[in-house]
Design a protein around this ligand. Structure first.
Ligand code: ADP
Ligand code: MG
Length: 267
């Protein structure tokens, strides 16, 4: 099966944004969250972190989840990325209620439909760029004969073909984050989550990473960027602002910042 045909099948797995019912066009969300709550329970101590969130995210959006440290951004990202479950409320992903999924089905969705990028890169050290990027394919259903091509395409997409055989610990911070982006892309996921992806980088390399994210979004990838910085969030198209576990505001970015080749992520 060719890559393109395979990718089209992947895209078909996700409900289209627009579904025609009785000739009416209905806007279908990729993510729907209703009264979502999360509390942690450790040794009889209950910490309430998310207090009942409501929002929708459609395919192709570029959303920043912004807010001060401790406001619940990472907790929300972990739930939306199938790394954790809500305590109550509803979370629908591609029209499936995640409460109905088994742990295996959750893991499958996570491996197949979602790519993650973290502030600390989370690469395997003393392991080549090639093998780091290949890692998610070990759990995927993409045909094994195509794996080599997927890895090389993803590495090329982040401009690191000349480093493909290097060990990850021989790379600069910006290069490491590009490897992490290639690893997030290799399964052709429906959504990419990036938790403070430029947090450990200088403004020049931060600019390179943001440009890749904006370019991916231009190619219709849905991106959810978690950040505590306003100027970083303003590179997205919409900002969900969290405060103390609630949504304080949710609005379109009016003067969106676009990064061009070689520009810094200016503060
Ligand atoms: P942010 O990413 O916005 O900085 P987090 O989602 O990491 O915020 O954390 C929100 C709150 O939840 C913090 O007060 C944090 O201490 C608390 N928290 C996060 N994880 C746990 C946990 N596993 N157990 C108890 N409290 C937690
Ligand atoms: Mg966080």
């Amino acid at each position: 099966m060719s890559t393109i045909i395979y990718y089209e099948i992947c895209l078909d797995r996700i409900t289209n944004e627009e579904l025609s019912v009785n000739n009416k066009i209905i806007n279908m969300a990729l993510i729907q969250v209703k009264n979502l709550k999360k509390q942690y329970e450790n040794e009889e101590i209950i910490t309430k972190v998310l207090h009942g969130l409501d929002f929708e995210i459609s395919k192709g959006e570029f959303v920043a989840i912004m807010g001060p440290s401790g406001s619940g951004k990472s907790t929300l990202m972990h739930i939306l990325g199938f790394l954790d479950k809500p305590s109550s409320g509803e979370f629908m992903f591609a029209n499936k209620n995640i409460q109905d999924l088994t742990d295996d089905e959750m893991a499958e969705t996570r491996n197949f439909d979602i790519g993650f990028i973290f502030q600390s890169f989370n690469l395997l050290p003393r392991t080549s760029v090639y093998d780091n990027v290949k890692l998610p394919l070990l759990y995927s259903k993409l045909p094994a004969v195509e794996h080599d091509k997927y890895v090389r395409d993803a590495v090329e997409a982040v401009g690191l073909t000349h480093r493909i055989s290097n060990l990850s610990n021989q790379l600069s911070g910006g290069e490491k984050q590009r490897v992490a982006i290639a690893r997030a892309l290799v399964n052709n996921p429906s959504i990419i989550f990036a938790d403070e992806p430029t947090g450990n980088l200088d403004s020049k390399t931060g600019g390179q990473i943001m440009k890749i994210l904006q370019d991916l979004n231009e190619m219709e990838k849905t991106i959810i960027l978690v950040t505590h910085e306003k100027y970083t969030a303003e590179h997205a198209k919409r900002i969900i602002y969290m405060k103390d576990g609630n949504i304080h505001s949710d609005s379109k970015v009016t003067n969106r910042l676009i990064i061009h080749e070689g520009e810094e992520l200016a503060k």
